[in-house]
Design a protein around this ligand. Structure first.
Ligand code: CUA
Length: 369
């Protein structure tokens, strides 16, 4: 008999979530039935006129009262501890997870892989690999929901949300939007394909299922935007009088004029593009124009901002991992040492370091991709 009460389990989370759900349901059944049958039994046994007498029953019974107070308390705390583990895991992707960008817009899912493959309403992932989704909405709140993975997360306008999963079973699984987002909300659906690693590689090599010519990676698209928008004029390979370098800042602590600090994560990088006044790096003036996001002409799309963020994240890391010749080939000979491995504060602007390299950073970014 095929009578499923839950979707197929296709990720590690699915097993954990189901076990917790089953345990909670089982506990609920157990106590409901226990209380209800005791209630009925006692009500009938000691009804008015019954031959059973209640005389001699104790007014209090310490052991009984303690046990029905402490017992459920222990069970509830146990459930809490058990459920906290996967709950916290869902929000902390492992460092080696493969990143995929998701943009939600009315009414479709746009997916961008770091190697440049783009998909609409489809997401292909390899089996057994941790996949981290970095998601943002271009308009209203959507929800990225794959029941088979027991994975659901809101996709918000204005900030990146992340979630991750590790598929454990090849196949094709429903993707839903779980947040009412307007007329065609019910059509904002798609498929997640979990493929054997070999099939996945072949799929990747053929350029994915949709894109034929678009093999430009997000970081590459970000790099050309970076140059078109003239970012390099102020943000070169080293700090200059106009602005701090962006090389190697990703993931590091930034210090601001107002004394506060922040980690340069995706959301920080995004905010620094669309609202640079919000956090001015210590030692600098608020001279950068904002690059707002929107659908109107002249504004950046969320996809472009994602591309820029992806590019900035490659800055510095490529130089750090690339062999020496690469670095030498793309840097003017007299370039001073890299600003100490990122994250340093930018209190001092080295006078001698004024942007000798602003044009050259283009080609270093993608090394190794
Ligand atoms: Cu998007 Cu509902």
């Amino acid at each position: 008999m095929n009578f499923p009460i839950a979707p197929i389990q296709a990720s590690d989370f699915a097993v954990e979530v189901d076990n917790i759900f089953l345990a909670l349901t089982g506990l609920t059944f157990f106590f409901t039935i226990l209380v209800l049958s005791l209630l009925l039994f006692l009500a009938i046994r000691y009804r008015r006129g019954s031959k059973h007498s209640r005389k001699g029953a104790p007014d209090e019974h310490l052991v009984m009262e303690l046990s029905w107070s402490l017992g459920p308390l222990v069970i509830a705390i146990g459930m809490f501890v058990w459920a906290t583990k996967p709950f916290t895991e869902v929000y902390s992707p492992p460092a080696n997870a493969e990143e995929v960008f998701v943009i939600g817009k009315r009414w479709m899912w746009h997916i961008q892989h770091t190697n440049g493959i783009r998909e609409n309403n489809e997401l292909h992932v390899p089996l057994g690999r941790a996949i981290k989704l970095t998601m943002i909405s271009q308009d209203v709140i959507h929800g990225f929901y794959v029941p088979a993975f027991r994975m659901k997360r809101d996709v918000l306008p204005g900030r990146y949300n992340t979630v991750w999963f590790q598929p454990t079973r090849p196949g094709r699984y429903h993707l839903f939007c779980s947040e009412y987002c307007g007329t065609n909300h019910s059509e904002m659906i798609g498929w997640v394909y979990v493929m054997d690693p070999a099939d996945y590689q072949a799929w990747q090599a053929s350029g994915g299922s949709r894109s034929t010519q678009e093999t430009e990676t997000p970081a590459m698209a970000g790099e050309s935007l970076y140059n078109t928008l003239g970012c390099a004029n102020c943000h070169g390979e080293v700090n200059n009088v106009h602005g701090p370098t962006l090389y190697g800042i990703a993931g590091k602590v930034r210090q601001f004029e107002n004394g506060s600090t922040a980690i340069a994560d995706d959301n920080y990088l995004r905010r620094s593009i669309i609202d640079p006044n919000a956090q001015v790096v210590k030692g600098y003036q608020n001279i950068m124009p904002a690059y707002p996001v929107g659908n109107e002409q002249g504004k950046l799309t969320e996809e472009q901002v994602l591309d820029l963020v992806a590019y900035v994240k490659t800055l510095g890391s490529a130089a750090a991992t690339a062999p020496g010749e690469m670095a030498a080939a793309t840097k003017p000979a007299a370039t001073p040492a890299h600003p100490a491995p990122a994250g340093r504060t930018h209190t001092a602007i080295k006078p001698g370091a004024s942007a000798p390299a602003s044009k050259s950073n283009g080609s270093t970014g993608n090394v190794g991709h």
